[in-house]
Design a binder for this molecule. Structure first.
Ligand code: NAD
Length: 480
């Protein structure tokens, strides 16, 4: 596949594809090769108004479409995504860099997300309650909030839009989706699949351009009734502020800096293998990525030696090459940012056990990096590295481990490694985070709620809670 075969990103408004009225905004660059794949359209104010009008108009029909019909379209979409996995995953890898197997898994999880919400649409039960007096009927029905603005980043360029779009459509909302300008193709693929599955025009619109222009204009637009954002805490605070100005509800999936508490009784073979895979998945560009490894002092030296060795043996390369275990960073901003965090930790006296440098001069490759004993003043101990950087420090007892884990005001994910069921449950209950992995780095499954505490945001995606974020609960009191 050459650059010219690359899916051309366009805006999708009222069921029609169009170029951006304001030209283009950036080149699409393959982060493994620096090859220019295409460019991203820039929506004009007119495009944004057209998208808002289309979502508003379509809402009148889609919100009244039966749940059975909505469900069938979402299931058909899932089937089309599965059928198209190969081409979607290849484009995803070319735009974002992750190994092809990870991209294929992401497409599969996105299809599963559409299936989950297709089923949840059918289970959106209201309730009746015992009447206060004879002849009265009191009930609660769930209704869609209205057109939704869904803003998503570049690290999971199909799964994150899928979670918002599938849930909103299942609830009966319509959507304007703005994917990251650096990775538009997977959202374009979702729009094509929904269109081919029979989604009415305007129920999903896709816009691209300058993020701050789009969010400012559309959050203020009268038609938009809900904002859902995934990205950094800084941007999330800004967008939540804009939403609050218009008293619009928002869901904020923001950053993390996840602690991993490793007890002396952990199975070290399995733990080290899990830590390498967990840390280097998507080159560490994951909001739930394990970052601060807090290890019992009695096993600290052995853990550091084995973790460092395994990290140094990882095969790093272009995501389309077979056998590659970690791809490049998704953009050159991350390359600079990750390098600065490592240099700062070293300057503050931390030990760089392995890695720490860029690989080569083409693409955004960075070595899997293990840093030991960084002081709490090191930037990496406080800022989300969003790269393949693991930090190891030791603890003495449970109180010390929890104090270290809770030093930062984030609460997206927390992890525990132990063979004791008592320790596992006690830590599972004690750690302050939206999701806890015990002997596992998986805290996001579509059947469970996913969301953060503190600076990691609020609201849920997944589980039955995922549908709830797009609904209001209307009380009807009928007196005969
Ligand atoms: P960034 O924070 O500016 O952008 C992150 C995402 O937010 C991008 O997709 C961008 O298009 C979008 N965005 C930015 N400003 C916006 C605005 N005003 N309105 C609407 N959308 C806006 O910078 P970045 O360099 O892409 O990423 C930097 C940091 O963001 C990372 O280090 C990481 O900590 C965080 N991040 C988090 C996630 C996540 O899944 N929680 C994903 C990507 C990035």
């Amino acid at each position: 596949m050459s650059a010219s075969d690359h899916l051309r990103a366009q805006l999708f408004i009222a069921g029609q594809w169009r170029d951006g009225g304001a030209g283009t905004v950036n080149d699409l660059i393959n982060p493994a090769t620096d090859e220019v794949l295409g460019s991203t359209p820039r929506a004009s104010v007119q495009d944004l108004d057209d998208a808002a009008n289309a979502a508003d108009k379509a809402f009148r029909g889609w919100s009244r479409t039966s749940a059975v019909e909505r469900s069938a379209i979402l299931n058909k979409t899932a089937a089309l995504l599965r059928e198209r996995t190969e081409s979607i995953a290849r484009e995803l890898t070319r735009e974002q860099g992750k190994p092809l197997a990870e991209a294929e898994l992401e497409v599969a999880l996105s299809a599963e997300t559409f299936e989950w919400f297709a089923a949840e649409a059918l289970r959106s039960y209201g309730r009746t309650m015992p009447a206060r007096f004879s002849g009265q009927r009191q009930m609660v029905i769930n209704q869609p909030l209205g057109p939704v603005l869904a803003l998503t980043p570049w690290n999971f360029p199909i799964l994150l839009p899928a979670r918002k779009i599938a849930a909103a459509l299942a609830a009966g909302c319509t959507v304007i989706s703005k994917p990251a300008e650096e990775t538009p193709s997977p959202t374009v693929a979702i729009a094509r699949a929904l269109h081919d599955a029979g989604l009415p025009a305007g129920a999903l619109n896709v816009v691209l351009g300058v993020p701050s222009e789009i969010s400012r204009h559309l959050i203020a637009a009268k038609a938009i009734r809900k904002i859902s954002f995934t990205g950094s805490t800084t941007v999330g605070r800004h967008l939540a502020g804009l939403a609050a100005q218009y008293a619009k509800p928002s869901t904020m999936e923001l950053g993390g800096h996840a602690p991993v508490v490793i007890f002396a009784d952990a199975d070290l073979d399995k733990t080290v293998a899990a830590c390498v895979a967990g840390k280097t998945r998507n080159a560490g560009q994951v909001c739930t990525s394990p970052t601060r490894f807090i290890v019992h002092e009695s096993i600290r030296d052995e853990f550091v030696a084995r973790f460092g060795q395994a990290m140094s043996e990882l095969k790093v390369g272009e995501g389309l090459d077979p056998g590659v275990q970690m791809g490049p960073l998704a953009n050159s901003r991350r390359l600079v940012a990750v390098g600065e965090l490592v240099d700062d930790a070293a300057a503050q006296g931390a030990e760089i056990v392995t890695g720490g440098n860029r690989i080569g001069t083409t693409g955004n490759f960075f070595q899997p990096t293990l840093i030991a004993d960084a002081p709490i003043t090191a930037r990496a101990m406080n800022e989300e590295p969003f790269g393949p950087v693991a930090l190891v420090n030791s603890f003495t007892d449970v109180e010390d481990a929890l104090a270290q884990a809770h030093r930062l005001d984030v609460g997206l994910a927390g992890y525990v490694f132990t063979q004791s069921a008592d320790t596992a449950m006690a830590m599972g209950e004690e750690l302050q985070a939206g999701g806890i992995g015990i002997n596992s780095f998986s805290v996001s499954s579509i059947e469970a709620p996913f969301g953060g505490l503190k600076d990691s945001g609020y609201g849920y995606e997944g589980g039955y809670e995922g549908l709830d974020g797009y609904q209001h609960h209307k009380y009807i009191n009928h007196v005969a």
